[in-house]
Design a protein around this ligand. Structure first.
Ligand SMILES: *Cc1c(COP(=O)(O)O)cnc(C)c1O
Length: 494
């Protein structure tokens, strides 16, 4: 086959995937600052070649740009502070710890002037170990245990985000029995769900999180669960009601869903303040800001989203005739996601021949001749769904490049798969890799900072990878990889 034929897109590729003009080039939105190909053609982070990282720490390995993480954290804080300066004197940014948390990261978050959002006793334990002041912590969760609520009160948390009427009563009781007052936000479901480029608005919510804002026709007074909670919170001596919270989705690119949710919550807040003669000084608009996993993802800069949200909050507050509450947000993915790539070593390769997809389905490129098959190459790496469950869980798309060297070979449609006993164990469903990829090459998958390590497992008794942070040309482990001993540690024996 000629190089020309190989450079054509494969009929098996999804429509969105273009054949890259240069397989060695990095698409900047997907990578941490400081990641580049060096003069030898090898990927390097702050000047450290990936082969050195592999030698020192092994693969698979999460490689995190510490400066990049810090810069993204600061960028969110600065952009929102700027946009909201004249509205509410700035914004409190809570990094969503569930996306990726360890002691080092909690420390960076605090050093960059952010607060930390947790949703379990375990995450609170990490925050405590990092020495984060309780006043800068929030605690989420739809099923907090009494122990977690008590721990929150022990740590004097800045806010406990209450998820249900049931929980509100429990927090009130526990706080009262301790002779204390819990600082509480109420998580509401405004009926807005956003993802990537779209949002949908519904009156009723069928989900486990939050207090519904829809009026309840079975309730005598016709009150929504949200209003019932405001009324109850106002009457409980153990509760100091700070304000309202919502979180409308994830991997969101457009600000319009956030804007609609902000309008709904501000409208509700104004009514509650008037009806119950209270002040609700805080409003949290959650996280969900999207990142680039592939070249077709086009996230907006934090400043653009911040300005759009500020415009809505400003005009809605003016319309309602209320002074703006202090705004807070909870970005996770948008801070940590692109700071990190996963480094894998390539093992087994195989090519299968596949029928052309039927006309009209994804990947069908016009009229395909009948009885013709097309190659798809499977590139196996030394990790998989145990270090990145998102493709299996959410059909998430990723991208990959050969990291240990550059290549002048032609692009070939490839599927990067893991080593687990599961045919759905896919790391990158569709990507063009150079035809000469071989066992022993290192592969880098960008955008794995959020919800990869955090969701990792020991499926098939694989040891979970470590996380290495690179800063100023030095690499250090911030979470060590597991050993075989770790894997056997909790097995109590025969
Ligand atoms: C998951 C979550 C976040 C963070 O979401 P990202 O998509 O990582 O920004 C923020 N707030 C709440 C309540 C969440 O559940």
């Amino acid at each position: 086959m000629t190089a020309h034929a190989l450079n054509q897109s494969s009929p098996l590729a999804p429509d969105w995937l273009a054949v890259p003009s240069d397989l060695n080039a990095l698409h900047p939105p997907m990578w941490a600052a400081g990641v580049e190909r060096n003069d030898d053609g090898e990927l390097a982070v702050d000047g450290i070649p990936v082969s050195t990282l592999k030698e020192q720490f092994g693969t698979p390995l999460f490689v995190m740009g510490e400066s990049d993480f810090r810069a993204r954290a600061r960028a969110f804080k600065d952009a929102f502070d700027d946009a909201f300066a004249d509205i509410c004197g700035g914004v409190d940014v809570y990094y969503a710890g569930k996306s990726f948390l360890c002691t080092a990261v909690a420390t960076w978050v605090a050093e960059e002037g952010l607060r930390l959002d947790t949703c379990s006793g375990g995450e609170l334990a990490v925050a405590a170990r990092a020495g984060i002041d309780g006043a800068n912590l929030s605690l989420h969760g739809n099923n907090k245990s009494d122990a977690e609520i008590n721990r929150g009160l022990d740590m004097k948390l800045g806010r406990i985000v209450v998820d249900s009427l049931d929980e509100l009563e429990r927090v009130a009781k526990i706080a009262s029995s301790r002779g204390e007052t819990a600082k509480v936000m109420l998580r509401l479901t405004p009926g807005v769900h956003a993802h990537t480029h779209e949002f949908i608005a519904t009156a009723h919510e069928d989900q486990k999180f939050g207090l519904s804002m829809a009026e309840d026709s079975t309730d005598q007074a016709g009150l929504s669960a949200a209003e019932e909670a405001v009324a109850a919170a106002t009457s409980y001596p153990g509760i100091e009601l700070l304000g309202l919270h919502c979180h409308i989705g994830s991997q969101i690119f457009e600000p319009d869903g956030f804007a609609l949710a902000a309008e709904k919550l501000l409208g509700f807040l104004a009514v509650m303040q008037q009806k119950y003669s209270i002040q609700l000084p805080e409003l949290d608009l959650g996280g969900g800001y999207g990142i680039a996993y592939t070249p077709v993802d086009t996230p907006r800069p934090a400043a653009e989203i911040a300005q759009a949200m500020a415009a809505v909050v400003r005009s809605k507050c003016a319309e309602l005739g209320i002074s703006a509450p202090r705004i807070s947000i909870e970005p996770g993915r948008a801070i940590v996601g692109s700071s990190t790539f996963t480094l894998y070593e390539v093992g087994t390769l195989k090519t299968v021949r596949v029928d052309a997809p039927a006309a009209g389905t994804a990947g069908a490129a016009g009229d395909q001749p009948k009885n013709v098959t097309y190659p798809r190459r499977y590139v196996s790496v030394d990790g998989g769904m145990s270090d990145n469950a998102r493709p299996v869980l959410y059909d998430a798309d990723y991208s990959a490049i050969v990291a240990s060297r550059s290549s002048a070979a032609a692009p070939q449609l490839s599927r990067v798969v893991g080593k687990h006993c599961e045919s759905g164990d896919i790391v990158v469903r569709d990507v063009y890799l150079p035809e000469d990829v071989a066992a022993g090459d290192l592969l880098a998958v960008p955008g794995t900072g959020a919800y990869c390590w955090a969701l990792s497992s020991n499926y098939n008794y694989l040891a979970r990878p470590g996380v290495v942070a690179v800063r100023g040309g030095a690499a250090r482990l911030i979470v060590r990889g597991e050993t075989e001993e770790d894997l056997l540690n909790r097995d109590m024996g025969a």
